[in-house]
Design a protein around this ligand. Sequence first.
Ligand SMILES: [Fe+2]
Ligand SMILES: [Fe+2]
Length: 345
Amino acid sequence: MSRGSTTTVRSVARHMGPRLSSTVTGNGSLIGAMRASTGLVGYEVAWWVNSYPVFGGRNASTMTLGEKEQKDQKEAVGGGGTTAATSDGQRGKEVASYWGVPPSRLTKEDGSEWKWKCFRPWETYQADLSIDLKKHHVPKTFLDKFAYWTVKSLRLPTDIFFQRRYGCRAMMLETVAAVPGMVGGMLLHCKSLRRFEPSGGWIKALLEEAENERMHLMTFMEVAKPKWYERALVFAVQGVFFNAYFVAYLVSPKLAHRITGYLEEEAIHSYTEFLKELDNGNIENVKAPAIAIDYWRLPADSTLRDVVMVVRADEAHHRDVNHFASDIHYQGLELKDSPAPIGYH
Ligand SMILES: [Fe+2]
Ligand SMILES: [Fe+2]
């Protein structure tokens, strides 16, 4: 490995933790160090290192200006550039760039091309289906009762609007479910900056939740297409809910997390009803969308029922995380005082 590329690895490794930056000298030791610090198995790390251009010494930002100019000329002559995908799974126009930013084409474990640009192979996981779906936080304090009844009162208009259209219901509600994690994560991020203090991992945990919810939406988009008036409804609801939740989180994160905890309990209920409809044959148990098979590492012959099962398990995890966060506040602590359940699926 050249000196330039070793520097690149070191600079990247520094972002990944102190253990990595002190031990990295080349791809071999890098793989070992990453395996130790990330918990990834050997082939995953090797694949990641070899797939990501920044580890291959191709990062243009480390080149001398002369090298860059030569590379630019080569690309101009040879049509070098990167392929941009117009949407997941579809390749579009060639984008000429000398920045070296876009990742090289990734491959799955079976060697086929990784076609999703909205998530990467190392963000996939297998859902823990053994999680207790019946857990419920009994509201005792005024704040908890307020949170509980706020969520319950939202259920009635939702039931009336969607009736038994659970596919559509899931898709629409995921547009709301992905908001609390992002708002909470953003506010904790700003708080961390203002107070010069760490977050205990909660920024990452909440943003992970938001991303996971958005992946639920991307999945249900494959089985239900929103009509124009549903898109308009999402537009309006997001405007109201984002701001309401933002204010609620500023005033009382204890209340905000409790509300989200109860929303997740309702989501579990909705997906259980969805499963009943699938089992009754009222909703056709179609083949699982390809995006879901890759995201949750499901078997190739999985069905919509399998997808609903893993999504419901995700909701149960979100329920636990948010009730836990509220409980931390109830104990007179701040979230940063208790390590966040990062990667809790
Ligand atoms: Fe969700
Ligand atoms: Fe959720």
